[in-house]
Ligand binder design. Structure first.
Ligand code: C5P
Length: 228
């Protein structure tokens, strides 16, 4: 079986309040995006497709892929305006097998989680990594009036990788992109909306955080120190 990691690094990282986009920010000994690339490189995935911001392809080839010896990287493609445009660009670079779609901002994804994803996706064809919520979750209306408190034992916080059989996710993306639906925040939603295929939840890790706002940097440095 062929497994392709599609690593997304085409965001603008506005919530980080930094001059340089967060995927290039240094964390420990390397730019943020290098951490998950190294983990995919060491894992059993077959190949990596890296999606970067328009204009960044050559810079990433030299300063990221060559410099950090990410030899499994078979393509660097330009992403788009929204995350789902970037994913779609990544999907167009390949044509079969299984895909693990991963946000490079989740720098601390472990090899164990990646290997769990690879087994699960061959079984379920569609699965996402997540963790049970530690907090009680409430749904509100637009005026912040609380509408509902879902049973916490069935509420999961979703992470990446999100993993699919290629034709399933490609077909679902083709449909949703054509419909110009802009409410999409993750890949599983696309399968939920455009197909009748079930999406399976698999346990990730509480360390698989998304580096998003400045306070996440301190958590990130601590996770790295722990790892070494
Ligand atoms: O902005 P957010 O943290 O939700 O982005 C999640 C991931 O998607 C990041 O790794 C970011 O680089 C990527 N992204 C992208 N293209 C976009 C927006 C986000 O590749 N247009």
């Amino acid at each position: 079986n062929k497994f392709t990691a599609i690593v997304l690094a085409a965001g603008s990282g506005k919530r980080m309040e930094q001059e340089i986009p967060k995927q290039y920010m240094r964390l420990g000994d390397a730019p943020l995006m290098v951490h998950c690339l190294r983990t995919f490189q060491e894992s059993k995935v077959t190949q990596i497709v890296l999606v970067v911001a328009p204009g960044d392809v050559e810079k990433c080839r030299k300063e990221i892929i060559e410099r950090y010896h990410i030899t499994k990287c078979v393509a660097i493609v330009e992403g788009g305006e929204e995350r789902y445009n970037s994913v779609y660009a990544g999907l167009q670079a390949i044509n079969d097998g299984y895909v693990l779609i991963h946000d490079c901002a989740r720098a601390f994804v472990s090899i164990d989680v990646i290997h769990r994803c690879m087994s699960a996706v061959t079984l379920y064809e569609s699965c996402v990594v997540g963790m049970p919520t530690k907090d009680t979750v409430k749904l509100t209306d637009d005026h912040r009036k609380v509408l509902d408190t879902p049973d916490r034992s069935n509420v999961w916080i979703v992470q990446t990788p999100q993993c699919f059989e290629y034709n399933l996710i490609r077909g679902a993306y083709d449909k949703v992109i054509a419909s110009a639906d802009t409410s999409i925040t993750d890949d599983a939603m696309i399968v939920e909306k455009a197909t009748d295929h079930d999406v399976h939840m698999i346990p990730g890790s509480y360390m698989n955080i998304k580096v998003t706002t400045p306070e996440d940097i301190a958590f990130g440095e601590a996770i790295l120190r722990n790892k070494h």
